[in-house]
Ligand binder design. Structure first.
Ligand SMILES: Nc1ncnc2c1ncn2[C@@H]1O[C@H](COP(=O)(O)OP(=O)(O)OP(=O)(O)O)[C@@H](O)[C@H]1O
Ligand SMILES: [Mg+2]
Length: 271
């Protein structure tokens, strides 16, 4: 593997709530290669969002280390940006599309002359397919369009790593397919490493160059698969490809089979 951009070393996370200790995961180690598109899949509550927060320094591990570009992450890390599921909570409702994207540019402390700043915002608005909507406010946009704004606002910061936490879970199935294609298209022109959290095994296989599967909490890495599917990916051809079907079956089995066997063993014998 090429030099990792992110490395997790024996990572553990516990939470104490109302006197009870919850171990989300322990001894989690893995390396993320620069330029890869890595999805993390696993059942609800297994710790996917927690893992993303530890990676970008929004939370700290109970044990172990996160290295970003070979340096330990000790707080919100420059060079990594998150896009979350609930775009309505992160978009700025009082700013139009231009203003939201410009916010990203300012947050990244990229001080450009006004003309250049405007051109740069327009470039990213175009990248996410929102040309012509610059003066629209969030309430005038569909959910998918609002999430596009959030993606443009993240990418204008030119992060080395884009972390996406179920970014397409709050939109309808059609919009989801369109946004999946958008992110794949963006990746052909923007050199960013993507860490993508999803419940949806099919979405993970469709988008990624690698999928890491976590089991139920306390989570461990149950599977780690390189996705051997041709680019560009296609909603029909890729999903019909025998390798796509075999990989999704393998991942489902890795995540759920052990629990199904345990449930079957625990079930009382039929009379
Ligand atoms: N700040 C916190 N304090 C206490 N417990 C927490 C905190 N954050 C997460 N947890 C617990 O950690 C576990 C993992 O939560 P997390 O949100 O990472 O799961 P997830 O895999 O992202 O789930 P989902 O797919 O539903 O989004 C859950 O049991 C949750 O209750
Ligand atoms: Mg989550």
């Amino acid at each position: 593997m090429a030099a990792p951009i992110i490395e997790l070393k024996d990572l553990a996370k516990t939470f104490s709530v109302h006197g009870r200790t919850l171990t989300v995961f322990e001894n989690l180690s893995c390396r993320i290669e620069a330029g890869s598109f890595v999805s993390i899949v696993g059942p609800s509550g297994c710790g996917k969002s927690t893992l993303l927060k530890l990676m970008c320094g929004l939370d700290s591990p109970s044990a172990g280390t996160v290295l970003f570009q070979n340096r330990p992450v000790g707080g919100p890390a420059r060079g990594m940006i998150c896009v979350f599921q609930h775009y309505t909570r992160s978009i700025l409702p009082w700013r139009d599309v231009m203003g939201n994207v410009a916010f990203g540019l300012n947050a990244a402390k990229k001080s450009l002359p006004p003309r250049q700043a405007r051109d740069k915002c327009l470039q990213y608005i175009r990248l996410v397919g929102l040309e012509g909507y610059e003066r629209y406010h969030p309430y005038q946009l569909s959910g998918g369009m609002q999430q596009r704004v959030c993606i443009a606002r993240a990418l204008i910061c030119e992060p080395a790593v884009l972390l996406m936490d179920e970014p397409f879970s709050a939109v309808d199935a059609m919009t989801r397919a369109v946004l999946q294609e958008l992110i794949l298209k963006i990746r052909t022109t923007v050199p960013v490493t993507i860490l993508f959290v999803t419940h949806d095994v099919d979405e993970a296989v469709f988008l990624s160059s690698r999928v890491i599967a976590l089991g139920p909490a306390p989570a461990s890495i149950r599977d780690d698969v390189a996705i051997d599917l041709p680019q560009p990916r296609d909603q029909i051809a890729t999903r019909e490809d025998g390798r796509f079907i075999a990989t999704r079956q393998r991942l489902f089995a890795s995540i759920f089979l052990q629990e199904k066997r345990e449930q079957a063993r625990a079930a009382p014998p039929q009379a």
